[in-house]
Design a protein around this ligand. Structure first.
Ligand code: 9L3
Ligand code: MG
Length: 151
């Protein structure tokens, strides 16, 4: 009986590990400037429209997470950023796993604008809690506030 229980447990763990390895990665960007972070208001899908997020999207096959951060910020915000390491832990989302990366604007880069979002705004640490964030991003607000206040 013990053997069978252990075998079932091992199978369950293997299945979970496989799911984790195979889970698509979505990157989100904590773009920080002058002690503020850029928040973007989603325009789609309907279920998320109007809610705020750290901009980003799926990492493409063969692409590094840092490269995905740069590409997504170019596509979504029309600006150029320099990734600067991870913020917080892996966050489980429906699409896979969300990983937040810190980034700073490249000097002289265009001001971020909402090319795919409804709106964008620079948010101070004390304003973070006021926004209606998408669920996954809400989990990183503590780390984000600490990051902004540490500068
Ligand atoms: N998502 C959640 N929080 C974020 C981002 C950038 C993305 N900060 C979720 C929403 C979608 C999926 O990840 O279900 C893919 O993102 P996108 O390509 O729609 O931006
Ligand atoms: Mg996106």
């Amino acid at each position: 009986l013990v053997h069978r229980l252990l075998a079932a447990r091992a199978a369950a763990l293997t299945q979970r590990a496989t799911a984790l390895v195979a889970a698509p990665v979505v990157v989100a960007t904590a773009l920080v400037r002058d002690g503020r972070v850029l928040a973007a208001q989603r325009s789609r899908p309907a279920a998320l429209a109007g809610r705020w997020e750290l901009p980003g999207g799926r990492v493409e096959p063969g692409e590094s997470e840092a490269d995905a951060v740069v590409r997504e910020c170019r596509e979504e915000l029309g600006t150029i950023v320099r990734p600067d390491g991870r913020l917080g832990t892996d966050l489980p989302i429906e699409a896979g796993v969300l990983r937040v990366h810190r980034a700073t604007p490249v000097p002289g880069a265009p001001e971020p604008r909402p090319l795919e979002h409804r709106d964008v705004r620079w948010v101070e640490p004390h304003e973070l809690a006021d926004l209606d964030w998408v669920d996954a991003d809400r989990a990183v607000l503590g780390d984000l506030a600490a990051e902004l206040l540490s500068q």
